[in-house]
Design a protein. Structure first.
Ligand SMILES: Nc1ccn([C@@H]2O[C@H](COP(=O)(O)O)[C@@H](O)[C@H]2O)c(=O)n1
Ligand SMILES: C[C@@]1(CO)OP(=O)(O)OP(=O)(O)OC[C@H]1O
Length: 158
């Protein structure tokens, strides 16, 4: 059996917050705003995984009104989601992710993100791809008001 899921998330860039993407802290003058650590990429992957198992989205599992998730480490949220996948008997086929950001340059951090996501999904880094694109200065990402991310995930049950 195979199941596919896709995710999309956006967080606003603001001063005075760390920039955490794909579980990696990136040195930058701004960070992402959210109830949790606002890791836009891990949220996107979690949503794609939840989509693949037909379990809604991260807002349903971790409400942003619940103080328990204030400043939450998104890696822990993704691990919780991954436990649901394992309970259903699935493993990762592959995941493909895109970060949409005008700045900063993600390229130096992509390999680390890939390894971190693979670790969280109990898979080999070869099963995870992370890409980045600007929007050529267009739109809210182009104006550096926020960063978006997309992911597609394939799960396999043998
Ligand atoms: N925040 C980003 C955005 C892009 N990259 C890398 O640059 C390449 C060119 O980006 P375009 O938007 O001009 O297509 C892209 O393929 C990425 O490799 C990046 O590292 N960080
Ligand atoms: C992760 C949660 C929970 O702390 O909060 P945020 O960091 O605001 O993230 P979002 O992508 O808006 O949705 C899920 C939330 O419930």
């Amino acid at each position: 059996m195979i199941r596919i899921g896709q995710g999309f998330d956006v967080h606003q860039l603001t001063e005075g917050r760390p920039l955490i993407i794909g579980g990696i802290e990136i040195p930058y003058e701004k960070g992402l705003l959210g109830h949790s650590d606002a890791d836009v990429l891990l949220h996107t992957v979690a949503d794609a995984v939840l989509g693949a198992i037909g379990e809604g989205d991260i807002g349903r599992h971790f409400p942003d009104t619940d103080p328990e998730f204030k400043d939450a480490d998104s890696a822990k949220l993704l691990q919780h989601v991954w436990n649901l996948v394992k309970e259903k008997g699935y493993k990762l086929g592959n995941a493909d992710c895109t970060i949409i950001a005008q700045k900063p340059k993600m390229a130096p951090y992509i390999a680390q993100m890939r390894e971190r996501i693979a670790f969280l999904l109990e898979a080999d880094p070869s099963q995870v791809n992370v890409k980045a694109t600007t929007t050529e200065k267009l739109g809210f990402t182009g104006r550096q008001e926020g960063i978006a991310a997309q992911a597609a995930v394939l799960l396999i049950k043998e």
